[in-house]
Design a protein around this ligand. Structure first.
Ligand code: HEC
Length: 122
């Protein structure tokens, strides 16, 4: 009886984690949140949803991807409101990961490389 109680207690302690996890659409795996259906409708025609959900990044990152697909992969143009909804959803639900490395600094903000190889004169 005691062990059962203890097991129950341990389970109860472990439960909140999965319970608190965001609810996901069983068909696509998209996190169910504002705008998810718009993203499903526009982002799964050419590739699986998982190619979207396994990515993450800033709003700018997502916008860059969309522009790239529009320029090279025949992705259609979105009206401004739709694009806002998509970017809001993606940057909120699949935003830059906390533990992720920061994006590299632009070259002009970096100090000169002290180890740069220079042609030896001697
Ligand atoms: C018209 C077709 C099409 C639609 C619609 C589309 N994509 Fe793509 N997308 C592609 C193609 C083609 C690739 C390259 C796939 C590959 O490399 O296998 C791609 C690749 C990607 C990648 C992977 C990029 C990488 O760095 O590997 C992501 C993320 C992505 N798409 C997100 C989206 C999102 C978000 C939407 C909705 C806004 C979307 N896609 C809608 C065609 C599309």
């Amino acid at each position: 009886m005691k062990t059962l109680l203890l097991a129950g207690l341990m389970l109860a302690l472990l439960m909140p984690l999965p319970v608190m996890a965001a609810e996901k659409d069983p068909d696509t795996g998209f996190i169910i949140a504002d705008g998810w259906e718009v993203v499903r409708n526009n982002c799964t025609a050419c590739h699986s949803a998982s190619i979207v959900t396994q990515n993450s990044g800033s709003r700018n990152y997502w916008l860059g991807l969309i522009r790239w697909m529009q320029a090279t992969q025949n992705l259609w143009q979105f009206d401004a409101a739709t694009e806002e909804t998509i970017l809001d959803y993606l940057s909120t639900q699949y935003g830059t990961k906390k533990g992720a490395r920061r994006e590299p600094l632009p070259r002009e903000l970096m100090p000169e490389n002290p180890y740069k190889m220079e042609a030896k004169s001697s």
